[in-house]
Design a protein around this ligand. Sequence first.
Ligand SMILES: Cc1cc2nc3c(=O)[nH]c(=O)nc-3n(C[C@H](O)[C@H](O)[C@H](O)COP(=O)(O)O)c2cc1C
Length: 192
Amino acid sequence: MMLRIGIILGSTRPGRNGEAVAKWVQQSATRRSDATFELIDIRDFNLPLLDEPVPPSMGQYSREHTKAWARRIDALDAFVFVTPEYNHSTSGALKNAIDYLYREWNNKAAGFVGYGSAGGVRAVEHLRLIAAELQIATVRAQVQLSLFTDFENFSAFKPAAVHEGALTAMFDQLVAWGTALRTLRQDAARAA
Ligand SMILES: Cc1cc2nc3c(=O)[nH]c(=O)nc-3n(C[C@H](O)[C@H](O)[C@H](O)COP(=O)(O)O)c2cc1C
């Protein structure tokens, strides 16, 4: 079975730069034959601020939007989080979407593409801590896109060529770890 990797677009605001970044990630991924990649726009799921009465780790989802989101994430083996940096962290929308689920994230791998004035590095550092709590294994290689040098007028995405190498390194590590963790996912599925 080919590894299924979700490219999670983590910003929702009108005019977001994230859309062009996520499409660039997806476009680059089409050159690979070791996994399939799909774009997941959290905006499509219309998730309100977390409104589940039971903590997600209990796995008792009651809302239709939660169940739809859970089905989408459950089907994936690994993730590329495309995150903006808002006030030195990730977006509230992405944090909220992550908080909705638990088991669906477990024993999977993730890589990061951050962007912002400082390459999104602080957003990615926060996401790595969040991922640890969800038993997501995060790979070292990451892409850091600067609003100053990878966007014209802070809005038209023109990534410097050097980022292709970082993206490839991230994909390589993500496929390796996503594949290695398959055994744990299968064990967990058997035990459920
Ligand atoms: C609420 C808000 C807070 C921001 N805070 C930071 C920040 O702390 N550090 C940074 O490098 N850029 C910051 N920025 C700039 C964003 O990273 C930049 O506008 C980016 O394009 C936002 O992603 P989006 O266009 O996909 O929403 C901030 C932008 C917004 C809207």
